[in-house]
Ligand binder design. Structure first.
Ligand SMILES: Cc1cc2nc3c(=O)[nH]c(=O)nc-3n(C[C@H](O)[C@H](O)[C@H](O)COP(=O)(O)OP(=O)(O)OC[C@H]3O[C@@H](n4cnc5c(N)ncnc54)[C@H](O)[C@@H]3O)c2cc1C
Length: 436
């Protein structure tokens, strides 16, 4: 199957990945004089920082995803192709994918990261990841299904197994999930499931270091911990998960936490394309780039976002895997490519750290900006504003804003629907089955 992209005199820039990096780059290359082909396995861009709100029934998937074709339909030099890219052939200047081979003049790898289970099969088998909107929906359904099952059982221990949740990883995602689940326990479960004892629902957060939010200041870590404790979350610091089974989590201390729901928020690993020279990958499989975001040892391949390894004096282990890094690299690369057209020079890429933040729950957030730290209601407002600002699409911004105002006023998460994906093979919602 061919890519079906016209051959034109203009140079072709092929971008793999429509995440924060790829999506920003394409927007910046509009009208640049390049033919641009954006390739992603999905036909939409995903706003990952709000996955946890989809999982917690706070937002619908369509509010945090954006169809690629809608954004790029006005530009005749821009082509979107939905495909899984398997590898790159730098000698032939081609990418290989499930829809065929495509030639490039310039290749940009922006394929992001995937869930990291650190090689432990039991982690992958018995925990739920949160790295795509489909996984967020799966988690939402599992939470709702388990509440429904818990209603049907009499034994308290089985009810506990169904209601309790263990989150592995005390970074922003883990902290945000823990806070949301604690709020669900307090405001939703007693109303929706009066026949369950909400007090029996335990939320555990496991962190392998001595503090939460490792990437943030000590101050923010401490405040986040206080908030979560106030909200009734069991925070386990300096605790390593040794094994996960279908009905329990086993810590290295020997402690066993019974649960049927484990959420894996303990890390990601780069999702690079194979085929580059061996020296282009570092030991974590990230793609090593030079100060111009160019892949080491190549002239026409660039790499930006989570998949790239860009060390600097302040970040000797590479820039952090954050949306602002990906977007800043994309804006820089657009400038570089445009200057390259007219043989103009550009100085190396420089990451401007604009601070970090995490929300823990209603009116609770922490924010670091250099030496300046903020927490509480004002930090939460800043968090809300920034997330709405960076969402793609006016409709999405309005819908998210309305949802948040509603939740704030009525202590409600509006989307507690367990919509099961259709499957022709025997799914309960399958019309085929009921017609048989
Ligand atoms: C749950 C969660 C919460 C987060 N919260 C925050 C936060 O609060 N603040 C923050 O700054 N950052 C946050 N991040 C990190 C942030 O989302 C990433 O740093 C950012 O998405 C990186 O952008 P990217 O473009 O490099 O990769 P991505 O956004 O991951 O995009 C990669 C794209 O490449 C596509 N792709 C990958 N491989 C292939 C292939 N082989 N073929 C075709 N397509 C492919 C994928 O479908 C995807 O669209 C969070 C991440 C997660 C998972």
């Amino acid at each position: 199957m061919p890519f079906n992209v016209p051959e034109v005199p203009e140079k072709r820039v092929v971008i793999v990945g429509a995440g924060f990096a790829g999506f920003t780059l394409v927007n910046k290359l509009r009208g640049s004089g390049y033919q641009v082909v954006l390739v992603d396995r999905n036909n939409y861009h995903q706003f990952q920082p709000l996955f946890y709100q989809v999982a917690m029934s706070g937002l619908e998937p369509s509010s945090i995803c954006f169809p690629l074709r809608k954004n790029f339909r006005s530009d005749p030099r821009l082509f979107v192709r939905v495909a899984e890219v398997h590898s790159v052939d730098p000698l032939q200047k081609q990418i290989h994918s499930d829809i065929g081979i495509l030639n490039y003049d310039i290749l940009v790898i922006a394929s992001g990261a995937s869930t990291n289970y650190y090689g432990n099969r039991s982690f992958a088998l018995h925990s739920i990841p949160l790295k795509s909107v489909s996984e967020a929906l799966y988690l939402r359904n599992r939470i709702l299904e388990d509440f429904e099952r818990a209603v049907l059982v009499r034994e308290e221990s089985t009810q506990d197994l169904l209601m309790d949740v263990v989150i592995v990883g005390g970074g922003p995602t883990g902290v945000e999930l823990a806070g949301s689940l604690a709020e669900m326990k307090r405001h939703i479960v007693p109303k929706d499931y009066p026949d369950l004892n909400a007090a029996n629902m335990d939320v555990h957060l496991i962190q392998n270091t001595g503090r939460l939010l490792n990437g943030m200041s000590e101050n923010s870590s401490r405040v986040a911990l206080e908030y979560l404790k106030e909200m009734g979350v069991h925070v386990h610091l300096n605790a390593m998960v040794e094994r996960i089974e279908s009905d329990s989590v086993i810590l290295n201390s020997g402690r066993v936490i019974p649960t049927r729901k484990v959420i894996w928020a303990a890390g990601v690993k780069a999702a690079p394309l194979p085929g580059l020279p061996e020296k282009a990958y570092n030991r974590d499989n990230r793609i090593i780039v030079d100060p111009y975001c160019r892949v080491a040892g190549t002239t026409d391949i660039f790499c930006i976002g989570d998949v790239s390894y860009f060390p600097s004096p302040k970040y000797p282990n590479g820039l952090p895997g954050l949306a602002p890094v990906a977007m800043q690299q994309a804006r820089y690369l657009a400038k570089l490519l445009m200057r390259q057209m007219s043989n103009r020079k550009i100085s190396p890429f420089n990451y401007l750290d604009k601070g970090q933040m995490a929300t823990i729950g209603r009116s609770k957030a922490v924010l670091d900006f250099g030496r300046f730290h903020l927490s509480g209601f004002f930090a939460w407002m800043v968090w809300l504003f920034i997330h709405i600002y960076y969402l793609v699409g006016v409709r999405n911004r309005i819908v998210v804003f309305i949802n948040w105002v509603w939740s704030y006023l009525f202590y409600d998460q509006a989307l507690r629907l367990n919509i099961k994906p259709y499957s022709p093979e025997g799914h309960p919602n399958s019309s085929k089955k009921s017609n048989d």
